[in-house]
Design a binder for this molecule. Structure first.
Ligand code: CMX
Length: 425
């Protein structure tokens, strides 16, 4: 038995008995009420689900199992996955064990390459990623064990097996999507002893004389890994999984949610915005030009990409992590200078505009400029990078949900007619 299975068995037993006790003692207590505004407003802020992997505090941002993300930026994504799942960082033995488990499973089945090869040459890279995950469903251990009649209390074990397979294969698949879709040359094989994100960086085949690109990938994979359970992609993934659709179905669905321009696709929109500025002003604009451009954008009914957030009410610490990295590796690049200038100008413009509840940058405001600096200039690929990381969170949440025996989700919807008559009573 791998160390992670041992650790999880112990943890889940403890959590299950705590939850049983909580429900027995306090099952009837109300934790959230829903206003009419919330009913029509995406149920924003309504507490309707349990998610132990991470929390987003409006005033301090992402906290993974009690540790703020800025304290975890130097860790490996494998360590973060272990932390998401178990609540503890692995010691050296547990980390090596997990890395070995991943190495053993990283061979990508030939049919995945065949399916990707058969896709249209202009398919969106996110469609390719979601499809690659979906076709691997045929080998799902969860689906197989379920058919065989596995006990409910053991569902999480084959879910973990599927998760390890998916995580192990992801860097090879995602890197190939980049190389194939953008004609970057043949597939690069994984290196035996490299860490997960280091290998991903190597397989992307980016020229990197500075030797820092792998560090960007480690950082990128760390800070996008999870963001609570209620965001579109995580929630989609959990919802699909709650029907006991196996992790391949659920993760593929979650990635489809991540593909929306208000969610994961925003990072490509951000860089587009920055480059538009660079083109229009033939370099780095001055503050007045930037303010004017921002107002033109807002007045034409568009959003300023990379700014605002459904939950956060401060500058996203993940933006700060990227900013610190950018200030080290490319402070003199025009693109990066525009990102910096936007940071100093946009919050005031958005405050004056008065619509956005959070006028500060989110994670997407700076990540594209860094990728651009290293030569990844194909915007459509950016969400694949986000997705490759976010799968760590999706899968952790699925394993814990199945481990805690969570039921199928089924919130109640009501027609507008019902609301009209309700407010009159
Ligand atoms: N520029 C202009 N207007 C904005 C804005 C922005 N960056 N952010 C919010 N607003 C507007 C909203 O469109 C909304 O307008 P209406 O009242 O006219 O409909 C109003 O401000 C209130 O919105 P909100 O409650 O502050 O924000 P939401 O929770 O509805 O939406 C988000 C959050 C992220 C979708 C929104 O801020 C946005 O569209 N930002 C730009 C896109 C972006 O950066 N997305 C990345 C999100 C990161 C992630 O997914 O993790």
């Amino acid at each position: 038995m791998s160390l992670i299975v041992e650790k999880l068995s112990e943890l889940l037993n403890k959590n299950k008995s705590e939850i049983k006790q909580l429900c027995r003692k306090h099952g009837d207590k109300t934790v959230s009420e829903v206003t009419v505004n919330q009913l029509f407003g995406g149920t924003r802020g309504v507490k309707t689900m349990i998610c132990d992997t991470s929390e987003v505090d409006p005033n301090s941002g992402l906290i993974i199992r009690g540790t703020p993300i800025l304290d975890l930026v130097d860790r490996l994504p494998e360590e973060i996955f272990y932390l998401l799942l178990t609540g503890q960082l692995p010691d050296q033995e547990a980390l090596s064990d997990l890395q070995n488990q991943l190495r053993e499973r990283r061979e990508v089945p030939e049919y995945v390459w065949n399916v990707l090869d058969a896709m249209s040459h202009d398919a969106h890279p996110m469609t390719m990623l979601s499809t690659a995950i979906l076709v691997m469903q045929r080998d799902s251990e969860f689906a197989r064990k379920y058919r065989e009649g596995i006990q409910k209390s053991d569902y999480w074990k084959p879910a973990l097996e599927d998760a390890l397979r998916m995580i192990a294969r992801l860097p090879t698949i995602s890197a190939w999507i980049y190389r194939k879709r953008f004609n970057k040359g043949p597939r690069i094989q994984p290196v035996q002893d490299l860490d997960w994100a280091g290998n991903f960086a190597a397989m992307l085949g980016i020229e990197d004389p500075s030797g820092t690109f792998a560090d960007l990938m480690r950082l990128y994979m760390n800070i996008h890994c999870d963001h609570e359970g209620g965001n579109v992609s995580a929630h989609t993934c959990r919802l699909v999984s709650s029907a006991l659709s196996d992790p391949f179905y659920a993760v593929s669905a979650g990635l489809n949610g991540l593909s929306g321009p208000l969610h994961g696709l925003a990072n490509q929109e951000c860089l587009r915005f920055v480059l538009k500025l660079k083109d229009k002003y033939k370099g780095v604009p001055d503050r007045e030009q930037l303010v004017e451009f921002a107002w033109q954008t807002l007045n034409s009914g568009k959003v300023i990409p990379g700014y605002g957030h459904a939950v956060l009410r401060v500058t996203d610490p993940r933006f700060i992590a990227f900013r610190n990295f950018g200030l080290k590796v490319c402070p003199d690049s025009d693109v990066y200078k525009i990102v910096e200038l936007l940071y100093s100008v946009i919050p005031d413009v958005l405050k004056e505009h008065g619509h956005a509840k959070n006028p500060y940058p989110n994670v997407d405001a700076g990540s594209g400029a860094l990728l651009y600096h290293y030569g990844i200039q194909e915007f459509d690929y950016y969400t694949v990078l986000f997705g490759t990381s976010r799968v760590l969170g999706f899968l952790s949440q699925i394993i814990l949900s199945r481990g805690l025996g969570e039921p199928i989700e089924r919130p109640k919807s009501v027609p507008v007619r019902w609301v009209k008559s309700f407010v009159q009573t």
